[in-house]
Unconditional design. Structure first.
Length: 919
């Protein structure tokens, strides 16, 4: 027998040592490695990791995102699914190119000085040397991804997938080259998609400009614009054809101030007569809406701002830019133009104007609308399928309020600009032959393989200079990482479609909905059945954490200070569905206290428990004869079953019950991680440690069969608790589980079975539940009467028949837990005593004589009672006054009534207490 002092574990948990010890052992034993072969007789469960940018550094948002995924994967791995978590990184076209361009600036160079090939080489070697560090950082927080399948969006395999997708969509008629106004970042020197040009609320100005009529300078039209510099490129002023105010103007010409260019007044239904003056200037080359108007009216499209955001006569703009504005940056040009307009009396007024301005999502530069040739994906046919899978229940989004957002976006979808004028990325697989360009049926060559000669004339070809939007590779991620387009790939066959996609709502459009589209289009199935959108980590002022605000938390700091488990527990326990996580970057101690406290408590429980269980063999709970179990044993086994049921309910269902589509009843359920954490915590802390362990201490101290039964139940209950907790706190649970005598050799809790409920449940445990209520009642009496914590009290349980019989074996347990000398009686003893009705047929009587100064206490209670009586009388009076009840708001009256009921109940209690002090 192990002496209680012989403790196998040190007093303080060494989180760093546990991490350093267990993580490499898990990977060496292939605990995280999934197998396509095993997936034939195990249900697969697949999550693809949102690939961080290859140059990214771990921040707290990644910490939260990956912890959530890890909890789900670890849960399903234990539940005997073939769990696969696919990790990897994204080459992140613009972002990575920007990083290397910044390095070049330090060397006094630009990418153009290097040239395309050397520059791409340079980025590639930069990525090779420093990239992917974030994946190692994810290991530090315990992520159990299958690192043998680590993918990269720019690897040869995934590049093949990108090219296949492009060619296939082109064959399907869904990719085309278009000439139109797109979003342009003058700093990054590339076009952007709608999603990449993010709106920012801006306090801008609205400039009202006066254009006079060419044939009658006394008459004019006023137009309003937020970008007066674009007036140099105006080709018309449009009015609504129904607008009587301008009926006489249509067809006549206006003179553009500053350059004297004549432009027509045209009628177009696009113009809203109620907005501003009802007349709008049309600048087709610098505004997407104006471009459409320009096309309808076959207007010229002069370009007056160049790709770097500098005003000049770029194209079709001869005579439009005055000399003093040529070569001036767009914002400086704005200031100068306003002054010049004012000088020629063409500026009517300037108003403050709050509006949304698009900014580059990579560098925050104000986006310039620009006319150019770009490649587009026709999105509507793709969007239709992505809508259909949501409607059919093949896909669901949690929290479900996001489903409407998803539907809205897909229903109003616009074509996706996928070409970028940068060098780092998948080059567009299109070749041009100048020799054939003028032949009648000429079309650029779209090819799966690189070509060097024109298939038509054999002459030289040149490849399109542009690369594809990074998201054009990310949207294939759930398929390409499994081997697509090779449909014979064992991984693709075994693991597609996957299960859950875990991310923040910010990339619902960028990425999530596009993955659904590509999955539906190329594989005929949505890539996952559940999208789980978790909250964002915010600081105490509810601001998003960011580098620029300096309010971030480095998860690795938290791991060093408190351990990965504390980080994980804090995040998961605080994670309501779709609710933001609030952490204070200035007080890590406080922010991560939930995790630290929990891990400390778990360690202390484990340490004490293991010292009592000892190291000798423990019999399996199932081998114990039912009549050898005490009520406490049966009770804790029941509580474990309940905890398992609660955890399962909070987490599940893992997939649609019919394997295909969610029913309405299932749709909103599951993935409530904080509820799962709380159910597991409650069991180990409030039930196992506070009650069961306390109640069996005497049994564990003596030799004999009863001790063996207690050891066995204790080991079983703790084993169950650790299994429930493993997905959230994998390191500390592994450390403790390895010490349990029931743990088989060479096993890891990381791949042990998820606990299941026992089939046998008897009413035996109910007696302990009643005993627990009695203990709580005695404790309440002690508190209310100010009994010293160390003092013993007398207590009598008044019960008969079955109740008495079931409680009789509990008296010593009740006594030791409540510090009471407990006896049973069939009638209540006389004298001053506290009386509590514990349950039907069970009364608790605690004599007060000798415990407290009865006289003094009676005087105090009686004064309290008098005071309460007066308050009740006053409130009663007020409520019977009709003036009050008729005039006061109903909510107030209701609250007052409730208060009266409460006070009356309290009066009854005090009166009973006074009576208990005796005559
Ligand atoms: Zn930019
Ligand atoms: Zn040719």
């Amino acid at each position: 027998m192990t002496s209680p002092d012989q403790n196998p574990l040190p007093p303080n948990h060494d989180a760093a040592a546990a991490q350093a010890s267990w993580y490499p052992r898990w990977t060496e034993h292939g605990v995280f490695t999934a197998s396509a072969e095993r997936a034939t007789d195990h249900q697969p469960y697949v999550i693809v990791m949102p690939p961080p940018n290859v140059t990214a550094v771990l921040h707290v948002g990644h910490g939260l995102n990956n912890t959530v995924q890890d909890v789900l994967i670890r849960w399903r791995r234990m539940a005997a699914d073939e769990a696969l978590w696919v990790p990897g990184t994204d080459h992140a076209g613009i972002a990575t190119q920007n990083v290397v361009e910044k390095q070049l600036v330090v060397e006094g160079l630009t990418r153009f000085d290097l040239g395309r090939e050397p520059f791409v080489q340079r980025v590639a070697s930069f990525v090779e040397q420093t990239g992917g560090e974030i994946l190692n950082q994810l290991k530090a927080i315990g992520s159990s991804a299958d690192w043998t399948r680590t993918a990269y969006t720019f690897s040869p395999e995934l590049s093949t997938a990108v090219r296949e997708a492009f060619v296939r969509l082109h064959e399907d008629g869904l990719i085309y080259k278009g000439h139109r106004v797109i979003h342009w970042c003058p700093r990054c020197g590339t076009s952007l998609s709608d999603e990449e040009a993010e709106f920012t609320e801006t306090a801008g100005k609205l400039y009202h400009l006066r254009y006079v009529l060419a044939d009658d300078p006394t008459q004019s039209i006023t137009v309003a614009t937020t970008r007066p510099e674009t007036m140099l490129g105006d080709v018309a002023v449009a009015v609504n054809p129904e607008d009587a105010r301008y009926a006489d103007f249509v067809g006549r010409e206006l003179i553009l101030p500053l350059n004297g260019v004549r432009i027509p007044v045209i009628a177009d239904a696009y113009t809203d007569p109620a907005f501003g003056s009802g007349a709008v200037k049309i600048t087709p080359a610098h505004d997407a809406n104006d471009f459409e108007v320009g096309k309808r009216h076959a207007l010229a499209m002069p370009v007056v701002i160049d790709p770097e955001g500098v005003v000049r006569e770029v194209e079709f703009a001869a005579g439009r830019v005055p000399d003093e504005l040529e070569g001036v940056d767009r914002f400086e040009a704005r200031t100068r133009i306003v002054k010049m307009l004012e000088a020629v009396d063409a500026l009517v007024k300037i108003e403050p104007h709050q509006h949304s301005v698009r900014h580059c999502y990579r560098c925050d530069t104000v986006v310039e609308p620009r006319l150019s040739d770009q490649w587009f994906v026709r999105m509507q046919p793709l969007a239709e399928r992505a809508l259909a899978v949501l409607r059919s229940g093949e896909l669901r989004i949690l929290p479900d309020r996001w489903e409407a957002v998803y539907v809205n976006w897909l229903e109003g979808i616009r074509d996706w600009n996928i070409s970028r004028q940068i060098w780092w990325g998948h080059r567009i697989p299109v070749w041009y032959c100048d020799a054939c360009a003028n032949t009648p049926d000429y079309a650029p060559i779209v090819s799966r393989t690189d070509i060097t000669a024109c298939p038509n004339c054999g002459g030289a070809v040149r490849q399109d200079e542009d690369v594809l939007d990074t998201w054009f590779s990310s949207w294939l991620w759930p398929m390409s990482t499994l081997g697509w387009p090779n449909l014979e790939s064992a991984d693709l066959k075994a693991f597609y479609p996957g299960d859950v996609l875990v991310t923040a709502p910010e990339i619902l459009f960028f990425w999530v909905s596009r993955m659904v589209m590509s999955g539906c289009w190329f594989m005929g199935k949505a890539p996952f059945h559940t999208v789980y959108l978790h909250g964002t980590v915010r600081d105490m002022q509810h601001r998003k954490m960011s580098k620029s605000l300096g309010n971030g938390i480095d998860p690795l700091d938290v791991v060093r200070l408190y351990g990965a488990d504390s980080l994980r527990w804090t995040m998961v326990a605080g994670l309501g569905l779709g609710v933001d996580v609030m952490l204070d970057p200035n007080d890590l101690d406080k922010s991560f206290a939930p995790g630290r406290n929990f891990c400390t408590k778990l360690w202390n429980i484990g340490r004490f428990l293991l010292s009592r269980v000892g190291t000798e063999n423990v019999a399996s709970v199932d081998s114990i004869a039912p009549d050898s179990l005490t009520a406490a044993d049966a009770w804790i086994l029941d509580r474990l079953d309940q905890a398992i049921a609660d955890c399962d309910a909070a987490l599940g269902p893992p997939r649609p019950a019919n394997g295909e589509t969610w029913t309405d009843a299932e749709r909103g359920r599951g993935l409530r991680l904080s509820e799962y954490a709380e159910a597991a915590r409650r069991f180990v802390w409030n039930e196992l440690a506070d009650w069961y362990l306390e109640s069996i201490k005497p049994r564990l101290m003596q030799e004999g069969e009863d001790r063996e039964v207690a050891r066995s139940v204790l080991a079983h209950a703790f084993d169950g608790a650790l299994r429930l907790l493993q997905p959230i706190v994998p390191f500390i649970t592994e450390e403790l589980w390895q010490q349990l005598p029931t743990t088989p050799p060479n096993a890891f809790i990381a791949q042990a079975a998820w606990p299941t409920r026992r089939s046998a449940r008897t009413s035996l445990g109910d007696a302990f539940e009643t005993a627990r209520t009695v203990v709580q009642s005695i404790r309440t009496v002690r508190n209310e009467n100010g009994v010293q914590p160390g003092a013993w009290v007398d207590a009598t349980l008044v019960a008969e028949g079955v109740m008495a019989a079931s409680l009789a074996p509990q008296l010593s347990t009740i006594g030791s837990l409540a510090r009471a000398r407990v006896t049973m009686a069939s009638t209540a003893p006389g004298g001053a005593a506290a009386h509590v009705v514990v349950a039907v047929g069970l009364e608790l009587v605690v004599p007060l004589a000798g415990m407290i100064d009865l006289e003094k206490e009676a005087a105090r209670v009686s004064a309290e009672l008098d005071n309460l009586d007066k308050q009740i009388e006053a409130l009663d009076g007020r409520l019977s006054n009709e003036k009050f009840t008729a005039k006061a708001p109903p909510a107030i009256v209701e609250a007052e009534r409730a208060k009266l009921v409460e006070w009356k109940a309290k009066r009854d209690q005090l009166a009973a207490k006074l009576r208990s002090f005796g005559p």
